[in-house]
Design a protein around this ligand. Sequence first.
Ligand code: ATP
Ligand code: MG
Ligand code: MG
Length: 420
Amino acid sequence: SYRKGGYHAVRLADQFAAGRYIAQRKLGWGQFSTVWLAYDTKTSSYVALKIQKSAAQFVQAALHEIDVLSSVADSDPSNSKFVIQLIDHFKHTGPNGQHLCMVLEFLGDSLLRLIRYNHYKGLPLNKVREICKCVLIGLDYLHTDLGIIHSDLKPENILLCSTIDPAKDPFRSEHSPILERPEGNANGGVTSLIEKRLKSRARKAVAKISGRRESMGGSGDVENSGRVDGIDVRCKIVDFGNACWADKHFAEEIQTRQYRAPEVILKAGYSFSVDMWSFACIAFELATGDMLFTPKDGQGFSEDEDHLALMMELLGKMARKIATGGALSKDFFDRHGDLKRIRRLKFFPLDKLLIDKYKFSVNDAQEFSEFLLPLFDFAPEKRPTARQCLQHPWLKCPNEEENESSVNVEMSNLKIKGGK
Ligand code: ATP
Ligand code: MG
Ligand code: MG
């Protein structure tokens, strides 16, 4: 991809924006860009420099992302909302063309890496709570204050706040490969458990987890020294390349497969609540280490139909009105609201899954399920908003009084603000 229209090749100490930014090392890459740690000589601080590919469609995409990020930053001058801040943007001309560059605040590892370094065993529930609070405050801000739907929420698009001083970070190897999920843990959450009971349906055995980046193409963060940065567990929502406004959509098919809401599959229209669905998928994944839904196509049925089946096996049957209410409903459901090609569903409720497979205590499983299940309502308008979700008892950590973390400070600010 380092050719005309593609990535811009960067070398250590390359200068950008007439010498203001100096490249230090590569932080990551995506389908659209490479991201570099850079030193900002004007403010004497470190920033993340996102350098977009130069072809017209990537320029277009960057202009869109800058547009969204500008409104995010403009309305949050104190930078307290758990959403990435755009600091600056400019054009940079190189051998492969003209690249739009975004200067972003420097953040740490993604939640995907946090899950990975925990060997896919799930994080302690108190950490999950802290992360959930940050993401919810971020979502409430995007949804309520700005009218923005992120529409690609997933663990790799949530970055921990960095606790490392980049100047002192000795790690400089910039091209080591990213880790993949360990072979031995190639199960697919609910899928694999139910799979065992589904021989009759002849659905494909759950393959290794490979579909994570299905809709977004490849992306990655550069391997560091093998510890997770940002252990204080504050985090921020990033990657607004696919964001839209509630009243201005750009695509019908949104979200990365495993985090996709049912109304998107059915093409029944969508709004802020698609982010709440993804949020709940992420919370489950943080707590268990497994993706909740990993649909696969099979003989006589599509990945979409399998996805709907998995949802119903976990959450119960979709009401007929909802099942048949989308532009694509006829592809999957008959007029009674039953799936056309996957006839026998094996129901397996969430609390039972948490207890049987993930060894949650009965109490933890029930409390966590009570938090998640309303977010998995098939009726999008019935899902709690981010703000409502922030009031849920599950988020109150057992010793909140003693624990004056910055997240809790943010929470109390929010309560004052929200209390009008
Ligand atoms: P995608 O294909 O996911 O849309 P993209 O080209 O839009 O990719 P991003 O997802 O924004 O790029 O960033 C690519 C990677 O760079 C991230 O996964 C992350 O590892 C790293 N990264 C991005 N922004 C920052 C930041 N502010 N601080 C530190 N690292 C970052
Ligand atoms: Mg990304
Ligand atoms: Mg992107």
